[in-house]
Ligand binder design. Structure first.
Ligand SMILES: [Zn+2]
Length: 163
């Protein structure tokens, strides 16, 4: 996978690699912005993907470390669903995408980068944003920096209640 412009990758390469599970650790980090966490509830958190497929690529995960959807309690599943809906709404209001991809990759064979902690991916999409992909192959274009995306979305999540 080639990336045309992605300064955060330089930070990632140059900085210390995070040991452990980002979905467990990041929600309790002292500086949410540093770890790109937008919202934390009792059972759910929302964060930016550091290696986004598109601008505003967010991830919604349960707080509990589990790979198995069926292991979640009713309360956990409910808040995960509430967080997913709030994430879709925040992206729609802030970025006005023409569509979105919402999906979950379960297990390594399902394409999960972090297979042992389940998470929803929410990716805003625009008509034509993939038109160049068949031409250039696996190339992504990231015109907006991650922190800028975070700062745009953060106010929308400050009002978010994840009971
Ligand atoms: Zn975890």
């Amino acid at each position: 996978m080639k990336v045309l412009w992605a300064p955060w990758r330089m930070v990632h390469i140059g900085g210390p690699k995070q040991a452990g599970c980002i979905f467990c650790q990041n929600p309790t980090a002292p500086d949410p912005r540093e770890v790109l966490v937008l919202a934390v509830g009792e059972h759910t958190s929302v964060m930016l993907n550091k290696f986004p497929y598109a601008n505003g690529h967010l991830m919604v995960s349960p707080r509990r470390h589990t790979a198995d959807v069926s292991e979640l309690s009713v309360a956990e599943w409910r808040q995960l669903s509430d967080g997913l809906r709030a994430t879709v709404e925040a992206l729609r209001e802030e970025f006005s995408p023409e569509g979105m991809n919402v999906g979950m990759n379960l297990g390594s064979a399902g394409g999960a980068g972090i297979a042992d902690h389940m998470h929803w991916h929410v990716v805003p999409r625009w008509v034509g944003d993939t038109n160049f992909m068949p031409l250039l192959g696996e190339v992504r274009v990231m015109p907006e920096h991650l922190e800028a995306v975070y700062d745009r979305l953060r106010p929308r999540f400050e009002a978010l209640h994840l009971p």
